[in-house]
Design a protein around this ligand. Sequence first.
Ligand code: PMP
Length: 410
Amino acid sequence: MNYDIHKIRSYFPVLKQKVYNKPVIYFDNAASAQKPVQVLMQQERLHNDFYGNIHRASHYMADKATEEFEGVRDKVQQFIHAENREEIIFTKGTTESVNLVATSFGEQFLSPGSEIIVSEMEHHSNIVPWQIIALNKGAKVVKLPFSDSGELQTGLLPELINSKTKLIAVAHVSNVLGTINPVAQIIETAHQRDIPVFVDGAQAIQHIPVDVQALDADFYAFSAHKMYGPNGVGVLYGKKKWLEQMPPYQGGGEMISEVSFEKTTFSEIPFKFEAGTPNITGVIAFGAAIDLLQETGLENIAGWEQELLTYATRKLKEIPGMQIYGEAPHKSGVISFNIEGIHAFDLGTMIDKMGVALRTGHHCADPVMQRYNIQGTVRISFGMYNTIEEIDLFIKALNKVRLMFGQVAT
Ligand code: PMP
């Protein structure tokens, strides 16, 4: 495969760091990814060369900042192949994108008795906002369950969908199980009944090519910080036909056309949904992260991460007492597991001292834990810069932890 891992790693200064005097092995990419020099430099350039509040002032620096900010909107449009640039709304992150749609779509389209179908493998941020709006509107959240192997039981959809169903919310990729859900198929089923679909793409967009038109997604949300960009920036893609019918999410500057004490009229999309000063620096630096993903190629990244996933899964399965959660045939580079006799939290604390950064706990997906009747898991999640050598070192570290617990080395 034509994948220059050395070049890619050279972009990320933090990967040369040592923690506890050990080279850092960063396997917590599903929580947040590290930042390349391209992104760091872009942030500095903006503040060294020009800076101003966008869209408003008539001076050079504000114009330049506006041009670059709006340029990133074009970049995102092209990156996810949206039909119109107005369909790209900048938010704080996936969480805010979900809240925006839940609140605004909910206000417009939900009434007492309405139902929203939400998958059982969602991150809390794609469950709780729907529960809040459902409570406000007298609506109901209905669960789309998943099987033992971590696959959504999409065959149940025709039964779950009825005349009260107003929306389906589903993750493209699960942050715990790694399952790549068949969102195109779910959307097709939903559209046969004229039901829109909200896709949480937080764990997909940096790992697999995404084409919102090919998927025919009504809404698609993601966070810049998981795609090697800055934190505090997210995207909500929404089809124009929905966004234009939805009321504003927040009121303030930028989102209005005219204001008087008698009446306010609102801007057109996307500005109707972008109240206040956005994260100007973050959005502009996000552009550099998208450039890096595109230069490297999502297909190449996906191929590389599949190799890591296959290798790590095989190595982990050699360990006695290993339980992996989520073994769907289409998986992204996320592995959740437990080792019999070792608490996930203890494992995480001990392996951290060996330089391995991973995540333990419920991963903001309590219903997934409840489904397997467990408290938590250990989770490793790969990014574009991880290597087979790092997996070997991680397995070594894991075996050291097992020895400390009196288990026999493999
Ligand atoms: N959805 C999924 C699937 C996630 O993994 C995450 C982050 N862990 C979120 C939503 C929330 O993203 P953010 O915290 O960036 O808003």
